[in-house]
Design a protein around this ligand. Structure first.
Ligand code: 5AD
Ligand code: SF4
Length: 450
């Protein structure tokens, strides 16, 4: 006799940053507790969630065009007598709110990042009342406490959100409006979650926050820990081998955090430290609160204690008013630093942010041309960095099998992807690898002694 359980199916599409990947996992877990299983086929989904990102160009437009396709799927399912609930989550949801359900009536629920723990309840309310719901307020209560405590672990690496929101108000950025003011989780909470993850086989934790190095979480005695304090707490967990953190602001690279890179062996020699531009005029217009020189000084301080550190950055070209001379200053800064990895974007106006209303918006063709020049330089730097690793033996933590199933994939301390041939029994282990070759985005080699 076969038993049949009518599990509800959820299809999730995640856009954007690691914060969204993390949030999608949390939503998946809250829904699993309510009887949902994930599906990769949108046609069989009783619930469709788009977890959106506002950072990329035309993000909102892409969401609306996805919603058009989802409406067709919903209509086809409806003809077959099946219901489909459609949810928009993430930063576009937070930024656009009711506008989404006005423009796309297919949407049943619009939910901001602060309310994910209430997702099962909100869906029930939608089904019971038939009313479309927009839930994008920033409630006082703390959302982390409500999420399902038992996180499923699929890999030896995991993200741990330690901080959310940002009070920096860079003039191009929606984060302070979509994610709200800075909030740090307590050390006790994070330690508990980290221990649980390590208990399930996690060996590397990446501490996440939009402004992660502004972390200031409560300690049991009522005082506050800085990020370096939290790192030294977490480093005491047996079985946890590696700690990373992202994304940092140059203004918050405090002496104690820099010192941690020298003193804490579990803290990996990699730092994502966005600079955005190399021109002081543009940095001021961006409200970045630092100059190019100050950024270079931070780099100098960190290289003094950790000469091998791999630095990565985010860059924006074509910010309003950017001249050729400003752009040259950006190129000069990139040449002066030498980045191991980078993410670069054409400036694109975000409604509601100060820069969107600035005069002197840069023509699209100029932005494209500058971005191409910058990316050529940054790609070259990444290749050089990877080439320097060839011939060395580096410890690699193996995370997963490659899609083609032939290789094991892991990461070096410098966050480089490393592929080797090997047995799946090695997943979750850190082994020395002799690096023999490099491609544009990854290294290859053999496990030392094999
Ligand atoms: N235009 C282009 N890039 C942006 N970013 C943030 N907002 C914008 C925008 N309006 C980039 C920044 C940030 C990264 C996550 O996205 O470089 O660091
Ligand atoms: Fe946005 Fe980062 Fe600036 Fe905060 S520090 S406003 S998250 S770019």
């Amino acid at each position: 006799m076969s038993s049949y359980t009518a599990d509800k199916k959820v299809f999730m599409k995640t856009f954007g940053c690691q914060m969204n990947v993390y949030d999608s996992e949390r939503m998946g877990e809250a829904l699993a507790a309510d009887g949902y299983v994930e599906t990769s086929e949108v046609e069989e989904a009783d619930l469709v969630i788009l977890n959106t990102c506002h950072i990329r160009e035309k993000a909102a437009e892409k969401v609306y065009s996805d919603l058009g396709r989802i409406r067709d799927v919903r209509d086809a399912r409806r003809r077959a007598g099946k219901d489909t609930l459609v949810t928009v989550a993430g930063c576009v949801a937070q930024a656009e709110g009711a506008e989404i359900s006005r423009r796309a009536p297919v949407v049943d629920l619009v939910v901001g990042p602060q309310s994910y723990h209430r997702l099962p309840d909100l869906l029930k309310k939608r089904s019971a009342t038939g009313e479309r719901i927009v839930e994008t307020a920033f409630p006082e209560e703390e959302k982390f406490a409500h999420l399902a405590p038992a996180r499923q672990v699929r890999s030896a690496t995991a993200f741990l959100t330690i901080q959310e929101g940002c009070d920096k108000f860079c003039t191009f950025c929606v984060v302070p409006y979509t994610r709200g003011m800075e909030y740090s989780r307590s050390v006790a909470d994070l330690e508990k979650e980290a221990r649980a993850l390590v208990g399930k086989g996690v060996r590397e934790l990446t501490l996440l926050g939009q402004n992660v190095n502004a972390y200031h979480g409560a300690l049991r005695d009522g005082s506050e820990a800085t990020l370096s304090g939290l790192i030294s707490h977490l480093a005491r967990i047996d079985g946890l081998e590696r700690i990373r953190y992202t994304t940092s602001h140059p203004r918050n690279m405090s002496d104690d955090l820099i010192a941690a890179h020298a003193e804490e062996p579990k803290l990996m020699p990699y730092l994502h430290l966005p600079v955005q531009s190399g021109s002081d005029r543009i940095l001021a217009a961006m409200n970045r609160k630092h100059t190019a020189e100050e950024y270079l000084r931070v780099v100098e301080r960190i290289r003094a204690v950790r000469p091998d550190i791999a630095l990565s950055t985010d860059m924006i070209v074509g910010f309003p008013g950017e001249t050729e001379a400003d752009f040259e200053a950006t190129m000069d800064l990139v040449k002066a630093v030498g980045f191991a990895q980078s993410f670069s974007f054409k400036y694109s106006p975000r409604p509601g942010t100060p820069a969107a209303n600035m005069d002197d918006q840069v023509p699209e063709a100029v932005k494209s041309e500058r971005l191409a020049r910058l990316q050529y330089l940054l790609t070259d730097q990444q290749e050089r960095f990877n080439a320097l690793t060839v011939g060395r033996t580096v410890p690699v933590l193996f995370e997963r099998r490659a899609r083609n199933n032939r290789y094991l994939v892991g990461r070096s301390p410098y966050l480089q992807l490393v592929q080797v041939e090997g047995d799946s029994a090695l997943l979750g282990r850190t082994l020395p690898v002799d690096i023999q070759g490099h491609g544009p985005g990854s290294l290859s080699g053999v496990i030392a002694g094999h």
